[in-house]
Design a protein around this ligand. Structure first.
Ligand SMILES: Nc1nc2c(c(=O)[nH]1)N[C@H]1C(S)=C(S)[C@@H](COP(=O)(O)O)O[C@H]1N2
Ligand SMILES: [Mo]
Length: 198
């Protein structure tokens, strides 16, 4: 038998899990730049528009019909809270984009309510991003982006657009809401890319 020190259960738990300048929170703060839109799933649509103008749409039934992943990831807000091991269910962007013909380098993510954020395509593929529709085994609360939000947890959480309604793919990087307001265009929490120029 090995020696197990008290409080060490084998689960990852150490300061090194927290990106620089972040603190741990156990609750789930709500951060929204405007009012919470209430979108009924029967009216929900997700549209991917490529650089050639080709549009592909999914309605709620089509989203739910796709293979989904159970996702456990740490999330890091630029206002300095981090929450470890959050649990989501959703469809990976690899699955959604499998049949979308594109060679675009960038996506501008659009939300119901008008929020936008830019993410490179390389950060949306290879198991790094999802359209999530469950949090902790329940439908996502409207305040937290339900019925569906983007989840791209390796970047600051402002990239995880709540009430997501689509992606516009482009060869050029068009900046989103916070990025236009002076936040970093990429937003890697491990490099503390909070503001433009960081
Ligand atoms: N549509 C939309 N998505 C958004 C935001 C927003 O204001 N509108 N805020 C972002 C920011 S700054 C953060 S930290 C997270 C907060 O998600 P939460 O409210 O579920 O914690 O959502 C991101 N996605
Ligand atoms: Mo944030």
């Amino acid at each position: 038998m090995g020696i197990v020190s008290p409080g060490f259960s084998g689960r990852r738990r150490s300061g090194s899990e927290l990106p620089p300048g972040q603190y741990l929170t156990r609750d789930f703060p709500v951060l929204s730049a405007g009012p919470t839109p209430h979108i009924r799933t029967e009216h929900w649509e997700f549209t991917v528009t490529t650089e050639t103008g080709e549009a592909t749409k999914w309605d709620w039934a089509a989203l739910l019909a796709l293979p989904a992943d159970e996702i456990t990831k740490d999330i890091h807000c630029v206002t300095r809270w981090s929450k470890l091991e959050t649990n989501w269910k959703g469809v990976s962007l690899d699955t959604l984009l499998a049949d979308v013909e594109t060679s675009a380098d960038y996506a501008l993510v659009h939300s119901y309510g008008g929020y936008t954020t830019n993410v490179p395509m390389d950060d949306l593929l290879d198991g790094q991003a999802w359209i999530a529709y469950e949090y902790d085994g329940e439908p996502i609360d409207p305040e937290h982006g339900g019925p569906a939000r983007l989840l791209v947890p390796h970047l600051y959480f402002w990239k995880s657009a709540k009430w997501v309604r689509g992606l516009v793919l482009s060869d050029n990087q068009d900046l989103g809401f916070w990025e236009t307001a002076g936040y970093h265009e990429y937003g890697d929490p491990w490099k503390e890319q909070r503001y433009a120029g960081d």
